[in-house]
Structure formats: C-alpha cells, structure tokens
Design a binder for this molecule. Structure first.
Ligand code: MRU
Length: 346
C-alpha cells in the first residue's frame, strides 16, 4: 500500500487492519456492508476522516450489492447507508461521508463511486492544508526553540486517508527542522498512541517518547512541553471539541501550565447544526476494554466499568481550532456554501 491508507481496488475497499499494528501490516479487503460495519465498530478502521471516507465507499458497496441490470434498489441502499452511518455515533465525518455518496444515488452507481473517489483525493489535500496552517500557528505561538509537542490518540495517515491532521502538523514541523520531540500518550484503553502513533512517528523518523496517559500533566510540568496538538471527532457550533477520551484532561492541564492546546481537523469534522458539546452523543464501549490489558484480565470478572470512547473539551480550554482554511475564527459559521449545505443534511 502506498502513502494512502485507503484505496478502492477492483470493487473492494482496501485498507490497513489497524488492530494488527504495530507488529503486523495486514491488509483488509472489504466487499460487504456487514464487513465494513464490523471493521468500523472493532476499530480495524478508525479515526474520524478514515471512517468518513470508508463510509462513503460503504454506500458504493451497498449500491453494487443491491442493483439488478444496472437499476439500484434505492430503498435497500438507503437502509444500508443508515446502518453504516450508525456504526459509531460520535465522529460526524461518518454520517457526512455516507450522506455525500448517498446524495448521488439518483445519478447511479458510477456517480456514487466518483464522489467517494473525490472524497478520497480531497482528504489528503485538506489534511495537508490544515496541517500546514497548524504548524505555522505553533511556530508563531512558540518561536523560541525546537519544539516539544504532546499528542494523544492517533491522527496520522491511518486515522485519515493520507497526511493526517495533528500528526500531519507534527510531520510538517519535523520537515522544517522545528521539532525536537513528540511526547505520545499511549491512549488507554485501545492504545492508539502506543500502537499507531508511535509506529507512524517511527516510520517518519520523528523522535518521540511514549508515555502513559496519566503522566501527561507531569510531562507538562517537568518536560518543557511547548504545545498540545490533537485531532477531533466533532466540533460543534459553540466550538466544543469531541475527541478521544483523555483529551479533556489534557486541555485542563495545558491551561494550568499556560501551554497552547491546538485542535487540527478538516471542515468535515465541524458540526454547526449541533449547538453545543452537551448535545454530542459520546460512544460508550464494552467493559472488556477496561477490565483487561490486551488478552490479560486485570480486573475481576463482572466488574462494572465507565468506558466512554470520547470526551468533550469546552471551547474556553481550546487555544485554536485549525482547519484547511486556517485558524477558525467563528466556530458556528459555515466556511463555504457547500459546507453549509452539507451541514444542513444532518
Ligand atoms: O476511537 P478512535 O480511535 O476512532 O478515535 C479517534 C480519535 O479520537 C482521533 O483523535 C480523531 O478521530 C481524529 S483523527 C484525525
């Protein structure tokens, strides 16, 4: 697989099985809606932009599956599209990707495929623009020395389709010779930081140290962290940011230490139809993710858990949200007519 982590090859969605990393680079080939939904819920495919584009191809798969003699069964494809969109509730990109492709249904399967392919091509361009704006901002805010930046979860090419968002910005800074080191939270319970971000940073030759999530505030206190940079799953009209569980406590700690807390995300992650962070549905996941570590049980069988996959950081703790258009000035406003149109479809 080349620079893109997602491709459309002979009627199949081909991607990397993120569950197998960092020890195995396993290809995942998806040709049914059920397999796509399983892959998204099991986090074989994960990260807001990646599930958005995969969802778009999922609707194409549904259309290919439910057409006879070139005639698409609109009702079945629409039902399948809803099933895909509901696979995970928090990242708005999934519903966005599904709806964009579904909107082309009256024009036929080829038009749907063209739309999904356009989204795939667009994602890399958009991420590069957002990552570059974010790198510019960090260098403006912290001009003094090579930077030490803390990040959480995985926001690289695995989580998108190419380049990445927050991790894309780290790459841009590295290419400019401006980055001393990245501190990577392991990101309990599914270890996206340890398994995926540390792997991507190694591939890119970026110096990094892995730490446990609960060391992040102490790292800010003792390790000269210049900025915290993270991605997002949904940004509401008031500028609240849903992202991987643990992000909110990073924002609190960053504020205490006077460290910029920067969110990098594409416009497709903004949800201006939702007024505030209180209205975001936060996905709750199974107890087994918390009561064990890998395949080893660490708590008694039957232990009750609290396992939200995401949290919501209020806007007052966010120094800046950066998209492909630059630093977001008014979180509730649509950037383009197309953006406004897409947002109204939710
Ligand atoms: O549960 P995950 O691994 O899909 O959560 C992913 C995140 O929280 C990412 O930070 C977010 O989707 C942005 S990816 C560019």
């Amino acid at each position: 697989m080349d620079e893109n982590s997602i491709a459309w090859v002979e009627g199949a969605l081909v991607t990397i099985d993120q569950r197998a990393l960092p020890h195995e680079l396993r290809e995942l080939r998806i040709t049914t809606v059920d397999d796509l939904i399983d892959a998204i819920t099991a986090l074989a495919i994960r990260g807001a932009p990646a599930i958005g584009v995969s969802g778009a191809f999922g609707v194409v798969i549904a259309a290919l599956t439910h057409s006879t003699a070139g005639v698409v069964d609109t009702e079945r494809v629409t039902a399948e599209a809803h099933r895909i969109a509901d696979a995970r509730p928090t990242a708005v990109n999934l519903a966005w990707g599904v709806r964009r492709t579904l909107a082309k249904l009256p024009q036929g399967v080829q038009a749907m495929l063209d739309e999904a392919l356009e989204m795939l091509a667009e994602d890399g361009r958009v991420n590069l623009a957002a990552a570059t704006h974010a790198a510019d901002l960090v260098q403006r805010l912290c001009p003094a020395r090579p930077l030490r930046i803390l990040t959480h979860c995985n926001t690289g090419r695995l989580a998108t389709t190419a380049v990445g968002t927050a991790l894309g910005a780290l790459n841009v800074l590295h290419q400019r010779g401006a980055l001393a080191e990245v501190i990577v939270d392991e990101t309990r319970p599914l270890l996206q930081g340890a398994r995926l971000t540390a792997w991507e940073l190694t591939e890119a030759g970026i110096p990094h140290r892995l730490t446990i999530d609960s060391a992040a505030a102490w790292a800010m206190a003792t390790e000269e962290v210049d900025a915290v940079i993270v991605g997002a799953d949904r940004i509401t009209a008031d500028g609240s940011v849903a992202n991987k569980i643990g992000t909110y406590m990073l924002a609190l700690a960053a504020r205490h230490h006077g460290i910029p807390f920067i969110v990098v995300a594409p416009e497709s992650t903004r949800d201006i139809a939702t007024a505030s962070g209180r209205d975001i549905v936060v996905e709750q996941r199974g107890a087994h993710e918390v009561t064990g570590f890998g395949s080893v049980a660490t708590a008694l069988d039957g232990t009750r858990t609290f396992n939200p996959a995401f949290d919501v950081t209020p806007p007052e703790l966010v120094t800046a949200v950066v998209t492909e258009f630059g630093v977001l000035e008014s979180p509730g406003e649509a950037r383009t007519a197309a953006d406004a149109q897409t947002q109204r479809m939710y």
